[in-house]
Design a protein around this ligand. Sequence first.
Ligand code: ZN
Length: 217
Amino acid sequence: MGSTGLIVQEVTIPRNSGRAFELTKGQVIRVIGTTIADFVAFNRDDLTDRLDQARTKVYNRKIFISTGDVLMTKSNRHLLTIIKDTYEEGTHDLQHGMCSRSRFELAAREGRLAEYYFRDIAPEELPDHGCWENLTGALKPWNIPPYDIPSPFNLFQTVTIDSRTGLMLNSTTRPKPGTHVDLRAEMDCLVAISSCPDLWAGGEQGLQVRVYEEPEG
Ligand SMILES: [Zn+2]
């Protein structure tokens, strides 16, 4: 277990559903998965201050973040620090938004589903909701409207980016079982996570999430 303390919460997030977690400063949240996890977070004392993809990229001076890097809020405060990352086969994404019913419908209308799924998708195979709806539902008790949910930190979503043209391509790289990311809360925060209806990963894959007490010493 290394530097983590006692487990205070352990939850399974089934495929294409979401959950929220209230963390106190110093607690560590571990996300274990073989599929994409859309991760958002808010300052618990001011829910309007929340994860900001751009501030996070600029603060860390990179677009792929991992161990030692910090998730930042809109007001440039430290939200969570990645203290461990065992996803060695790929990188996490800080460019994309969330999948959603409207996103699936748009891609279907434009004949672009194969860009996301790497194969043809029958209309009946398309999920009727996605990560946006999952995060919206998970955050409902805190009265966070859907349009106020920030673009996420997409764990285990490996995207290749051409450094000259900026072309972004999804990939079929996924974590092997047991792969996890540990994030330490740098303030009291509210975290919500969606287990993506990632058709490439297939099956009934979901995510495991554990919250640990601040380690001693
Ligand atoms: Zn998704």
